[in-house]
Design a protein around this ligand. Sequence first.
Ligand code: GMT
Length: 376
Amino acid sequence: MGLNIGITCYPTVGGSGVVATELGKLLAEKGHTIHFITSAVPFRLNRVYHNIFFHQVEVNQYSVFQYPPYDIALASKIADIIQREKLDILHVHYAIPHAVCAILGKQMAKSNVKIVTTLHGTDITVLGSDSALTPAIKFGIEQSDAVTAVSDSLVKQTKDMIAPEKEIETVYNFIDERVYRPVAVHHLKKEFGIRDDEKVVIHVSNFRAVKRVTDVVKVFANIAEQMPAKLLLVGDGPEMTVVCRLAESLGLEGQVLYLGKQDNLEELYAISDIKLLLSEKESFGLVALEAMACGVPCIGTDAGGIPEVIEDGENGFVRPVGDIEAISEAAFRLLTDELLYERMKQRAIETVQEQFHSSDIVRQYESVYYSLLKEN
Ligand code: GMT
């Protein structure tokens, strides 16, 4: 019999929201009933499922409150859904605020629902260094019934920074193989004005400083000196202005295409040769996995969990954060050695299927759920 599973995540664009939503969809396809408890409909929830429900957390702005009480509203909603839908499992993504809200909601509901918390990185790597929040993160982790993290690197980092008295299990991220796969999109290159002899480099992110998109532009400038090439910058965020200015100062106008936020990334990967993910912090790097599934080899930095996804010299290259020369040299090798390129492309596709297949990952989450329920 299927379980009643509540899922709380940030529903807007971002890797953690994507993984939480895709997990909900695949669990529903396996017969579980899913209740998303979020502030908006998760953005990848793009069709109707008879067994997926969305419960919106609404926060009112009362003049007496300096800040809207989102966390309290979420905890109340969680309590309501635990009782009304008789949840077996509440799976929350992020220790703060979501795990803390889940614990509060469980207490309000006087329930024995099992709380599973998945750490995605930002709360640990960024907020973990804000010591004011450390007690809340530690509490969220220790009071959860089970805790998972999306890479071994994140497990280690969490232990080093927070030292929680709790086992943390690695459950890797995954992609929907039905969406992310090599596809043929012949017209797009022409429409973007990309010639057949030009190599296409792609970068996808939310353009936060940790993504070091300026390094992407510097590496691309080196590539473009050696061969005809175009850079696709996909996404938007706080660093965009700095990135545009740098590209302009390097004389790259016309060679950098700013595509903004895009859906249907598989079509953009279909016209791309390599992907650059040069972050200084990255617990996993879901965007690398998406590209690899589409047959685009990646060059990544040695930050966080990236080397657990990109295997240096096998399915792509891993180089030190900020080492523009080494990254440019790796890109040049990959773009000029056809045999190496074909081998890495093939290995990239195989890596996703063999090590990160959605059916394996969903099974791992199910086994976390069932082992908690067996303890009852
Ligand atoms: O990378 C971001 O800025 C977004 C962030 C998020 O919370 O969605 O991504 C984090 O979670 C993703 C899914 O697990 C990971 O693939 C990203 O590596 C991770 N980002 C960081 O650790 C900076």
